[in-house]
Design a protein around this ligand. Structure first.
Ligand code: MG
Length: 391
């Protein structure tokens, strides 16, 4: 039987890896739909190679450009955010892999869940912002949510060893990022260059900064809370610089089940596509004898304030996580543009959370309102702070 796959965000790093994985899996897996925001040249190349039936281009003027570029190709072209929702809900599609940031990504993930699809989630926003809505929709419509984030894929795999009610705690590992050894007072002097030099994973600038603040791990705590239906108190973070143990689950009897592998996104992508089967793929095989030692340490929660905030946000629920995520995005943007210091990132996130009136039991629209409020609040607060001179 052929598995038909929609890849939402196929020109990003996860999307490109997903296409390599699908290609290596052979004829039983077929790319049915692809989407891009504006990288239409690359999308056209992908269409030539993978021959999907339909593509969605979310940026409307880029969609026109794509039509010009792809006149010779036999593919249906949809444009705008609705196109993304459409390819997430196509009847013939079995698996929707979503790696699209922002509001368009949320609506399409929700649409896939409501159509009972297998939903492979690569970016954090759907679960962080709309975890409650999304998991509820999946339960009601028989959809399966499979994590592609490496830590959550590891937890998902370890979970196969027991039942949810037998879990004592989930232990998310993190490399600790470039500032692992920094004391809280060192953070004032951190430069953009230092924050951008990640020791293990080669990723985009936003996620690399999130790794330096450990905001990445903070968001993963919230992601895990919804994916595995456990309270945040049962989720721990362990710093593991080698990034070989991708996460662990401790069961009530004291058994700890971990998933190990080379740091390579292709493995969690493939597992989400082939689950419950395991097949040989393109990921490098682990040779522990070459690594020799694995080390673990407690994260310094004074340096990494983001972690403590995540527990508060996770307990609060409702719109709090949407604000947490959006305030971080806005603050990181300011930092990457050289307009604020590294330490200011967490300060503005915390101030934003303190000012926010949390709403519970909310719709996607209300979550997006909270998201925009937080972005505006970060900008306004930075302007108020120093009348333009923010450093
Ligand atoms: Mg991760």
């Amino acid at each position: 039987m052929v598995t038909n796959i929609s890849i939402l965000g196929s020109t990003g790093s996860v999307g490109k890896n997903a296409l390599r994985v699908v290609e290596a899996l052979g004829d039983e897996y077929r790319v049915t739909a692809l989407s891009a925001n504006s990288s239409v040249e690359e999308l056209a190349e992908q269409v030539r190679r993978y021959k999907p039936q339909v593509v969605a281009v979310t940026d409307v003027s880029s969609a026109d450009r794509f039509r010009d570029l792809s006149g010779d190709l036999d593919v249906e072209v949809l444009s705008g955010p609705d196109g993304l929702i459409e390819i997430a809900a196509l009847t013939e599609v079995d698996v929707v892999l979503t790696a699209v940031v922002g509001a368009a990504g949320l609506a399409s993930a929700l649409a896939a869940a409501r159509r009972g699809k297998r939903l492979a989630i690569a970016n954090k926003e759907p679960l962080v912002i709309a975890g409650q809505l999304l998991t509820k929709a999946a339960r009601e419509h028989g959809a399966t949510i499979l994590p592609v984030d490496s830590e959550h894929s590891a937890v998902f795999q370890a979970m196969q060893a027991g039942r949810t009610e037998e879990v004592r705690r989930i232990i998310l590992t993190g490399s600790g990022g470039p500032l692992r050894e920094a004391a809280v007072e060192d953070l004032h002097a951190v430069t953009l260059e230092q924050a951008l030099s990640h020791p293990v994973w080669d990723m985009g600038p936003k996620i690399t900064i999130d790794s330096a603040t450990m905001m990445n791990k903070a968001l993963e705590i919230i992601e895990a809370r919804w994916l595995f239906d456990v309270p945040v108190e049962k989720i721990d973070v362990l710093v593991h610089p080698e990034s070989i143990v991708h996460s662990l689950v401790e069961f009530v009897d004291g058994s700890v089940i971990a998933q190990l592998g080379e740091p390579d996104m292709c493995l969690p992508i493939q597992y989400a596509l082939t689950y419950p089967q395991r097949v040989a793929g393109i990921s490098k095989h682990l040779r522990l004898q070459e690594i020799g030692q694995l080390s673990f340490e407690k994260p310094n929660t004074e340096t990494f304030r983001a972690l403590s905030l995540a527990y508060d946000v996770g307990r609060t629920g409702g719109t709090a996580a949407a604000v947490f995520n959006a305030a971080n995005e806005a603050a990181v943007e300011e930092f990457l543009a050289g307009r604020i210091k590294f330490v200011t990132i967490l300060e503005v996130i915390e101030n934003c959370l303190n000012k926010h009136n949390v709403k519970t039991d909310v719709s996607l629209e209300e979550l997006l309102v909270a998201d925009s409020w937080a972005r505006r609040e970060v900008k306004d607060s930075l302007e108020r702070r120093a009348g333009g001179v923010r450093l």
